[in-house]
Design a protein around this ligand. Structure first.
Ligand SMILES: [Zn+2]
Ligand SMILES: [Zn+2]
Ligand SMILES: [Zn+2]
Ligand SMILES: [Zn+2]
Ligand SMILES: [Zn+2]
Ligand SMILES: [Zn+2]
Length: 362
């Protein structure tokens, strides 16, 4: 069984174990800095916060992992360039292995452990990895031990619980919701040590709530997409009817009958302008609806991908984005009609209008 470094199973990339944000080569505060006393790396932002809170003069920085301290200021800690190099080459490998499809935005939700071009539909509870069915069979039939492994559907993968930043061998049990608190999560021992009088919430419950919320948002987005798709369908039919010479010549004939051959010209002109602008407007709306659908598809995919990772700790941004999208409501009833369904009066004193809409004055 090939071993993967621990970071990959817990997070997409390298994170600072204090703030749980990804290290970055470009953001100064998020560059990894090496604690000179021990060699552990954290982001500059967190190290400076630790130094500031030490209350000593000069400030001391205590490594959260091994507790060794130094009075060298974090801004003078060396940048962990080798970590940045590894991050960089990991990204390059990822880009290369990414199938062409992914670039168009239709890629894989969870990569198969054996081949990153496969979609993983199974999760092995022993390997703690995702596999496509074929690769799961191939990887697990080889040895008796592997045959004992149990696979579940990817969607049934258990939630991943982050480790305590201060006790990396222990699972975190709570999330601290005090904004000025340095540690986002902690174990029972940390409760007295770092979170005295802080309001904390049960981490597992928090993860489950956030996971359920993501799933709920995904479902609601799917429903919204369905309505929008039916609107798109209606608007396409409506546009087609504006190209049909049958209805148009029928309307024009009615106008001519109303005004007589010699007097019909101004009204016919009025009618043709109506057709022209109504069509233009519909084309704009069609573009807008297609755009909205595309946006929902991207969001839906992001949510599903994130949800399937089951690292649903600290994911409110994606949920907020989904809720924001869902707040923009759309009409559920039919809003686009074919030209022949418009209320049309040959004297054209009113602009032809859609059945459910109030008359708009020309
Ligand atoms: Zn940090
Ligand atoms: Zn250390
Ligand atoms: Zn396995
Ligand atoms: Zn596979
Ligand atoms: Zn702890
Ligand atoms: Zn706290």
């Amino acid at each position: 069984m090939p071993k993967r470094p621990n970071w990959q199973t817990t997070c997409e990339g390298f994170v600072c174990k204090v703030c749980w944000n990804n290290f970055s080569a470009t953001d100064a505060a998020m560059k990894p800095r090496v604690v000179p006393q021990c060699g552990h790396s954290y982001c500059l932002g967190c190290l400076e916060e630790i130094a500031k809170r030490s209350g000593t003069q000069p400030p001391t920085t205590r490594c959260p992992f091994c507790q060794r301290s130094t009075d060298i200021l974090p801004e003078n800690f060396a940048i962990n360039y080798s970590l940045l190099d590894v991050m960089n080459s990991m990204n390059e490998v990822k880009d290369r292995q990414r199938p062409a499809k992914t670039k168009k935005g239709e890629g894989i939700l969870v990569q198969c452990f054996e081949n990153q071009n496969h979609e993983a539909d199974l999760y092995c509870t022993s390997c703690k990895e995702g596999y496509c069915e074929k690769c799961y069979m191939r990887a697990h039939e080889k040895s008796r031990v592997m045959q004992q492994h149990r696979a579940v559907k990817m969607s049934d993968k258990p939630e991943v619980i982050p480790m305590c930043p201060n006790h990396p061998n222990r699972e975190a049990s709570f999330q601290c919701i005090v904004p000025r608190c340095l540690w986002k999560v902690g174990c029972s021992e940390c409760r007295k040590l770092h979170h005295k009088d802080h309001e904390v919430v049960n981490l597992l419950r928090q993860i489950k709530t956030s996971s359920a919320e993501m799933k709920e948002c995904h479902k609601l987005l799917q429903e919204k997409k369905k309505t929008l798709t039916s609107h798109l369908d209606d608007i396409t039919k409506s546009l087609k009817s504006f190209d049909s010479s049958d209805t148009i010549s029928h309307h024009e004939q009615l106008i001519t009958e109303q005004f007589g051959q010699n007097e019909d010209e101004p009204t016919l002109k009025k009618y043709r302008i109506f057709v022209f602008y109504e069509k233009k407007q519909l084309e704009c709306q069609k573009k807008d609806i297609s755009f909205q659908i595309r946006q929902i598809e991207i969001l839906e995919k992001k949510l599903l991908k994130k949800w399937l990772q089951k690292v649903n700790f600290q994911e409110p941004e994606l949920i907020l984005e989904a809720r924001k999208n869902l707040r923009k409501e759309i009409e559920k009833r039919k809003v686009f009609y074919k030209l022949e369904e418009y209320i049309f009066d040959p004297d054209m004193s009113d602009r032809p209008y859609r059945p459910i809409q109030p008359k708009s004055v020309y």
